[in-house]
Design a protein around this ligand. Structure first.
Ligand SMILES: C[S@@+](CC[C@H](N)C(=O)[O-])C[C@H]1O[C@@H](n2cnc3c(N)ncnc32)[C@H](O)[C@@H]1O
Length: 363
């Protein structure tokens, strides 16, 4: 090879560049991991494996799948660490895989069914457009806002209730510790979904009464979590639109993951509806991700924020952005307390009680 030939050869990539390209491609393949997990949950493979090892043939029979295709899925699940091959053609769940079982107390199966739901998957298709125009991927794909669409789409409404209920149960014990609920007699959970969070808070506070408020599709009259926690007698279920009115008479109004769903104008409308329903002594408790939590808590905040851009059109806010929204809706921020690795509770009081501003701030 002449010197001139050598000069024409592309430079051999150094290891750093090759690694970076590899990382980019594995991020690109991240969707395959999502799809594998979703298919496994839908086929109920984690429940089929439960505490025993099973052969590929047995699993194919239980899941009514083609044995050859199922084995390929099993190899994929092994690759991402959900199952392990214990002996030739026999599989068992790894400790991580156990959290996909529906019976596991920390199960994330319903959350996977929600976040990988076909409708949400389709909305991500328009992320670049959402970035250009601000219109959510969901509205672009379905011609309706996320919650308006949920009202017409029972499968998404069910996935939402179950998935968020499962997520709420994870934060509930830490919330019951972070907030002194014994100060209150009646807790109104606005946009409380299937009641999972309220049921856990009521179970931890036997003197507390609850009011679960949501739309007709967002909640169920006979909430399973409230019934199963044995607190149904202490809880009323109210169907209401939080843009119009919510029940009066509570001394604490809880909104978990509600304000983040909305851009500023609709978020202000929800807060003002709450303010109108509240006495001057009642407290507002927002349980939310904080964009500027110090020290940083949830590492997936930027990804959650993009999920909101794709679906409902809201965003993860900073503490100052919450303080501003609260001031514009007749409240004053009282405190911000970390709940767990993901959530903070932002407590606010009606502004005339907090000493600055007046209820005239509510328009
Ligand atoms: C992100 S989910 C939060 C659910 C629950 N707070 C949690 O964290 O698990 C938002 C909730 O707001 C409810 N919602 C949406 N629009 C509403 C409206 N106009 N009035 C009352 N609730 C509404 C939804 O049905 C849903 O349950």
């Amino acid at each position: 090879m002449t010197i001139q030939d050598r000069a024409r050869l592309p430079e051999a990539p150094d290891d750093g560049a090759a690694n970076d390209r590899g990382r980019l491609l594995s991020m690109c393949f991240g969707y395959v991991a999502s799809r594998i997990l979703h298919a496994a949950v839908r086929l109920r493979i984690p429940d089929a494996l439960a505490d025993d090892e099973h052969s590929g043939t047995e699993l194919a029979a239980v899941t009514a799948a083609r044995p050859d295709s199922l084995r390929r899925l099993l190899r994929g699940l092994e690759h991402i660490g959900v199952i392990t091959e214990t002996r030739p053609d026999h599989f068992a769940l790894t400790p991580m895989g156990h959290h996909l079982r529906s019976e596991d107390p920390g199960s994330v199966g319903s959350m996977i069914e929600l976040f990988c739901a076909p409708q949400i998957w389709r909305a991500w298709e328009s992320l670049d457009q959402a970035v250009r125009t601000g219109e959510t991927g969901f509205t672009r794909e379905f011609g309706a806002g996320f919650y308006d669409h949920c009202a017409q789409d029972p499968s998404l409404a069910t996935a939402l209730r179950d998935g968020l209920g499962q997520e709420a149960l994870k934060v509930a014990p830490a919330l019951a510790t972070a907030v002194d609920f014994s100060r209150f007699r009646t807790l109104v959970d606005i946009g409380g979904g299937n009641g999972a969070l309220l049921s856990a808070v009521l179970a931890a506070n036997p003197a507390l009464r609850g009011v679960l408020v949501d739309t007709a599709t967002g909640s169920e009259p006979d909430s399973a979590p409230l019934r199963e926690a044995g607190v149904g007698q202490r809880c009323e279920h109210v169907v209401a639109d939080f843009f119009r009115d919510v029940p009066t008479g509570g001394d604490a109004y809880l909104l978990k993951s509600v304000i983040q769903d909305w851009d500023d104008e609709p978020a202000l409308q929800i807060l003002r509806t709450c303010r109108r329903a509240m006495s001057s002594h009642a407290r507002l408790l927002l349980v939310e991700y904080l964009r500027d939590a110090r020290p940083p808590t949830a590492s997936d905040v930027p990804l959650r924020d993009l999920l909101l851009l794709t679906t409902s059109g809201g965003h993860v806010r900073s503490e100052k952005e919450f303080a501003d929204l609260l001031a514009r809706s007749g409240f004053q921020l009282v405190s911000t307390t970390p709940v767990d690795r993901s959530y903070h509770v932002v407590e606010a009081a009606p502004s005339e009680i907090a000493g600055s501003g007046t209820a005239s701030a509510i328009q």
